[in-house]
Each structure stands twice: as C-alpha cells, then as structure tokens.
Design a protein around this ligand. Structure first.
Ligand SMILES: [Zn+2]
Length: 319
C-alpha cells in the first residue's frame, strides 16, 4: 500500500469512527429526549404503589423520570400519631411536619431503590387532604390546612417546587396548583404522564387527576396520558397479599364489580418480571409507616406487588 493510500485509509477509518461516535451520541440524546416520564403522586407513596415498575423500567432504558409529589403528605392523623408515638387526639402541627419529612424521605429512598436520584423527586408541597377543596374553589381563595396551619407550599426535605423556581412559596389556592403544574409540564416536556385515576376513592387522588388533566389541556399536551388506581372502589386490588406471580383481577363485591366505573380488562397492562416485582416490593416496604389503628395498612400497599401494572387512558376514551 502506498503511503498516500495508507493516509487515505487512515483518514477514512478516522472519519468512520468519528461518525459512529457522533451518531451513537446523537441516538442517546435522542432516546433520552424522546422518552420523558412524569409520575404525579397525590401523596409521597402513591408513585410506587401504582408505578414502581414503570419508573424502574424507564430508568433502566435511560429515560428521564420525574416523580412529582403534589402534597407534602401532611394530613394523615393516624400516621402522624404512629410516627410521633402519640395518641391520635394528641398530635399537633409539629407532628404533621415530622410525618411529611418521614414520608418524603421514604419517597426518596424508594426512588433510589428503583434506580432514581434524589433530584428526580419534586415536591410541590400542597396540603394533604385539601386538593379537592382547592380544585373546587370557585373564588381562588387561600386555604389553611387544618393540621399544620400552613397556607403556603413547603417541602420538608428539600425546597418545594415553587420556592426552588421562584424563590418564594406559593399560596394554597387553586391557581397556584394549576400554575405549578402548567409550568412543570412546559419545562419537562414529558412524553408520558401518569396520575391517579378520576374514579379513585380518595378525594386528593381524584383532584390530582382533575388538576393534571386541566394542566395538560392548557399546555396542549399531545403525549400519552395514563391513570393508575390506588383506592379502587368497592375494593382494590385483588388478589390480596404479595402476589408477584399473579395479574390484577376484577371481582364482584356484594354484587358490585370492582373496580367500579373503569373498563376491565384495563387498556394497558405492563408485565413485570419476578425480579422487577421483588424490587417493587422493596420500594413499597421503604414506605413502611406505623399507622395507629390500621395495622393492615402496609399489607394493603404490598398487595400492589403483582406480575404487572395496569393503567387506564381516560382522555383517549369518551368516558
Ligand atoms: Zn395517596
């Protein structure tokens, strides 16, 4: 081979390597950008109950995942009493702050188990138990949470979202929640949204759906929109107990089909491998919380460990 040809060959090889590297880097950027998931949790724990599998699978394939806790998790007296080792009628504001810290730390730990980082958790810091009141407020009045006496956003283990972006908290009012959600969707540009279903038995969970749906409409969101069910009526989930080898099932309770008011089979079923199901169990166990008078609380949460996760697409149907 002449020196000229060798030089030509080397230059071509170099170009080829450069092009390959460039396209690989571009492909990586592209897949990360193209795959951006936001899981909205009314309270710190709903995200793993409904979406631990989605979160771990997305992180494993290099997608960007953000978990958004809409409330601080500060409105559950029996849990505040359990954490403080007090009787339920003895708990005060400081015990609810301690509970919110406890629950947010658990969310952070659970996210770590699923492969996420601390800053993948965003806490909006709205009042636990009052999301329904906020959504239904017609005059945009400021609400004061009955347990903490707070009337503006806060997060116990990090800055709440509004403070971190605007340097000050947001008042507990309807327009603040919607404003934060619209801003988040605009910034994060998700391709998939997950939020609790509008038929959930807990008012905060229904209101989370209404708020996120409205924010998605406001920004003209065109991506996938999935809902998950936590407090399904009249009973959910079934079968009960840690059942990593079984799918979710519909059943009849007192003549009524559960889950009520949702199509069955669900439109989307995401299989979990046995290893993933075990990891989901660990992430739920990271949320172990002593709840006074409700010793079954943890085992109810663990019943969401199944061979799959199930989702509905309410905005895609006429429901
Ligand atoms: Zn919840």
């Amino acid at each position: 081979m002449s020196r000229k040809r060798i030089r030509f060959f080397l230059r071509s090889a170099l170009l080829f390597v450069f092009a390959m590297g460039w396209s690989a880097a571009f492909a990586q950027t592209k897949s990360t950008r193209a795959d951006s998931i936001v899981v909205f949790a009314p309270h710190p724990d709903d995200e793993v109950i409904g979406c631990a599998g989605i979160i771990m699978q997305a992180l494993a394939r290099g997608a960007r995942v953000k978990v958004v806790a809409i409330t601080s998790g500060d409105g559950f007296p029996a849990a505040a009493a359990g954490v403080a080792h007090k009787a339920v009628d003895q708990v005060g504001p400081e015990d609810f702050f301690a509970l919110s810290r406890f629950r947010q730390m658990q969310s952070r730990a659970a996210l770590g188990i699923l492969g996420g980082k601390d800053n993948d958790l965003i806490v909006l810091g709205y009042p636990d138990g009052d999301l329904g009141n906020l959504y239904e407020s017609t005059n945009d009045k400021v609400i004061r949470q009955q347990f903490t006496k707070k009337n503006e956003t806060y997060a116990s283990i990090q800055k709440d979202y509004h403070t971190s972006v605007h340097g000050r908290p947001a008042a507990y009012k309807r327009s603040s929640v919607l404003g934060d959600l619209v801003e988040l969707l605009t910034t994060l540009q998700p391709t998939e949204i997950y939020v609790t279903d509008g038929t959930d038995g807990h008012i905060d969970h229904r209101a989370a759906f209404w708020f996120v749906r409205d924010a998605a409409k406001q920004v003209g969101y065109k991506g996938a929109f999935y809902t998950y069910l936590v407090h399904g009526l009249p009973a959910w989930p079934f079968p009960t107990g840690v059942t990593p080898n079984l799918p979710f099932e519909s059943r009849k309770v007192d003549g009524e089909v559960a889950p009520r008011a949702l199509p069955w089979p669900p439109p989307r079923r995401v299989p979990l491998t046995p290893v993933e199901a075990q990891r989901k169990l660990k992430s739920i166990q990271a949320h172990d919380i002593p709840v006074v008078g409700m010793p079954q609380h943890q085992s109810e949460m663990e019943s969401f460990v199944k061979s799959e996760e199930v989702f509905w697409t309410p905005l895609a149907s006429s429901r």
